[in-house]
Design a binder for this molecule. Structure first.
Ligand SMILES: Cc1cc2nc3c(=O)[nH]c(=O)nc-3n(C[C@H](O)[C@H](O)[C@H](O)COP(=O)(O)OP(=O)(O)OC[C@H]3O[C@@H](n4cnc5c(N)ncnc54)[C@H](O)[C@@H]3O)c2cc1C
Length: 317
């Protein structure tokens, strides 16, 4: 490693979603002179959506890209140093912690806020891209409201899929739960709740192979018992198609140093953004398998910056 490329900072923020920018606002206002690296998706997940109706403070809603631009401007206003670049390696063995950017430059930081988010898993069929924002969603809490009294499908067989189906059943007229296997992987309690909800129809042993519709999703092409002698093509009419087959937290480069759960979510001390390494904090979706909302991400970014400030003053840096 060429040390001549090293730069020393007090507070490094990795990621530019609601968690990262909120951390940057708080850290700048606390005079921590934060440096933030935006990563491959400046502005984070919300830049891929149109209307955001549930972020407090916007009574008429706001588009995802506009909201993220506002958050960025607010961070810049207080002096946050926002840079292009991807964290490609980390050494959290001892402070100051070393984060490599774009495989070249090494930033040494006393405090590190990891806010690298999580990526929803998709089936990988081309129609998911074609209808992105036009009927395809990976978040029932975010988009369910747009499907009141309509017909939707949820793909998946685990607890999350059951939860999303139950949530949507309170809004939509009818919910199909499309399950690849002949059984649900979800807990018994969740299964029972699904089976006892009259407007959820579980389609066991169905695979989605495509979506159709003129200017948005109008239906899904399914195959029942795919690959078996009695395989059958089934089309269902739907207005919305919700993926609930899991998320991948963007935590790979930190796993050697931090405790993660079996999926890869960074474990934090409950109620705080503190990780098992002092001075290293995790905020937003990368540490949140449950809520995964912009406002909860922003809230935890705020907590992480406050914790970073306290930590730095405790160690006298
Ligand atoms: C289509 C869609 C619609 C949504 N709608 C809503 C909604 O209406 N309301 C709502 O509350 N929530 C919504 N969400 C969820 C919301 O977007 C997330 O909960 C929120 O963005 C999480 O914020 P975050 O800061 O944790 O991470 P993210 O927004 O995921 O951002 C992660 C950031 O980390 C960066 N990054 C990743 N790896 C690295 C690395 N190695 N180095 C540097 N940077 C890195 C990325 O470039 C990105 O900037 C939606 C999500 C999607 C996908």
């Amino acid at each position: 490693m060429d040390n001549s490329t090293n730069e020393k900072v007090r507070c490094l923020i990795i990621g530019s979603g609601p968690a990262g920018y909120t951390a940057a606002i708080y850290a700048s206002r606390a005079n921590l002179n934060p440096v933030l690296y935006e990563g491959i998706q400046p502005g984070g997940q919300l830049t891929t959506t149109t209307e955001v109706e549930n972020f407090p403070g916007y009574p008429n809603g706001i588009t995802g890209p506009e909201l993220m631009e506002d958050l960025k401007k607010q961070a810049v206003r207080f002096g946050a140093d926002i840079r292009m670049g991807i964290a490609t390696a980390s050494d959290l063995s001892s402070a100051p912690y070393k984060i490599t950017i774009d495989g070249e430059k090494v930033i040494e930081s006393e405090a590190v806020i990891i806010s690298t988010g999580a990526t929803a898993k998709y089936l990988g069929i081309p129609d998911e891209q074609k209808y992105a924002g036009m009927g395809v969603s990976a978040c029932a809490t975010c988009d369910g409201f747009f499907y009141r009294k309509k017909i939707v499908a949820v793909v998946g067989g685990g607890d999350t899929a059951c939860e999303e189906a139950i949530y949507l059943s309170g809004l939509a007229k009818q919910v199909y739960l499309i399950v690849r296997k002949p059984y649900l992987r979800a807990s018994k309690v969740m299964q029972e709740r699904v089976f006892n909800t009259p407007n959820i129809i579980v389609l066991f042993e169905h695979n989605t192979i495509g979506l159709f519709g003129e200017s948005g999703v109008e239906g899904a092409h399914l195959i029942k018992k795919m690959g078996q002698p009695d395989e059958e093509k089934v089309d269902i009419a739907i207005d919305g198609f919700f993926l609930a087959i899991g998320h991948k937290p963007n935590s790979d480069i930190f796993k050697e140093w931090l405790e993660t759960d079996e999926i890869g979510y960074i474990k934090t001390i409950p109620g705080t953004p503190r990780t098992t390494v002092p001075g290293v904090f995790a905020a937003g979706d990368v540490a949140d398998p449950i809520y995964r909302q912009a406002i909860t991400a922003a809230g935890s970014g705020c907590k992480a910056a406050i914790e970073a400030e306290r930590y730095l003053s405790e160690i006298g840096k």
